[in-house]
Design a protein around this ligand. Structure first.
Ligand SMILES: [Zn+2]
Ligand SMILES: [Zn+2]
Length: 266
């Protein structure tokens, strides 16, 4: 049961990313209706050269932060609103993350490795992996991001499992790398609700949601790694919907007690 529990969400998108519906203001209104007391906006992070796609153009970044700052004022006293981004960690962009976090309107970054960087500096799209042999490099790269201190939690750390492969030794190793890294750096992981909003799919080793993957979360239990539920809403009606509630229940049933308080960088 989630009754009586404080309702929070730190993983919220808006139409600026070009693949979500609704303005930031509409998400805030829906959050208020749903009884959310802490709402963090974390739209997809644009880079200064507009690489990667599926996000706001870099030219809108200031406007986005000002929009959220205005919402913070509007809802003051009723709901706490925070402004951040969900973005990839890219080795050579340290100065960019520092610059973002020094902006008074940017309070946090979530690590969302939709693209990962190999040891050789090559980038791969996590949605289009060719073999499970790539999973370990993905995990190692996520752990590099954890180590930097720029990010508050890893969004959908188990995103790789949306790829259509049979579970094998590489999957086991990828889980170990992620979990050992999170333990080592005291880094939080996200149980991502959006995976449950996708269709259940027939994978070569059975039917399941693309993520969160049970095998990954079984391993998280008992490690003491902080776990946050992230709505990852791309529609205002999803901010705190039944799937969010069900995710909290599922986590508890699996023996993991979700965290509610995110530490902000300012
Ligand atoms: Zn998105
Ligand atoms: Zn997201």
């Amino acid at each position: 049961m989630t009754e009586g529990m404080e309702r929070v969400n730190y993983h919220t998108h808006c139409e600026r990313c070009r693949h979500a519906r609704g303005s930031a203001g509409e998400y805030a209104e829906e959050a208020m209706k749903a009884g959310v007391v802490k709402l963090g906006f974390s739209d997809h992070l644009p880079f200064y050269d507009d690489r990667f796609g599926l996000r706001m153009p870099y030219s809108e970044i200031e406007e986005y932060m000002e929009e959220i700052a205005a919402l913070r004022e509007k809802w003051k006293g009723k709901m706490d609103i925070f402004c951040g981004f969900e973005g990839e960690y890219v080795r050579e962009d340290t100065a960019y993350y520092e610059k973002l976090l020094s902006n008074e309107n940017c309070e946090y970054l979530l690590l969302g490795q939709h693209f990962y960087e190999t040891a050789q500096g090559e980038f791969f799209n996590v949605y289009q992996l060719k073999e499970t042999g790539q999973y370990e490099a993905y995990s190692a790269n996520v752990v590099e991001g954890m180590r930097t201190g720029f990010f508050r939690y890893a969004a959908h750390p188990d995103l790789i499992f949306l790829n259509d492969f049979v579970w094998d030794i590489h999957c086991d190793r990828a889980c170990d790398i992620l979990i050992d890294g999170a333990v080592k750096y005291g880094f939080a992981l996200e149980y991502n609700v959006n995976g449950f909003r996708r269709e259940k799919k027939q994978y070569p080793d059975g039917e399941r949601f693309p993520y969160p993957h049970e095998k990954f979360w079984e391993r998280v239990r008992g490690t003491g790694i902080p776990v946050f539920v992230g709505s990852d809403c791309h529609d205002p009606r999803q901010v705190y919907d039944g799937k969010v509630e069900r995710s909290y229940e599922k986590l508890r049933e699996s023996g993991i007690l979700p965290e509610l308080n995110l530490l902000f960088q300012k």
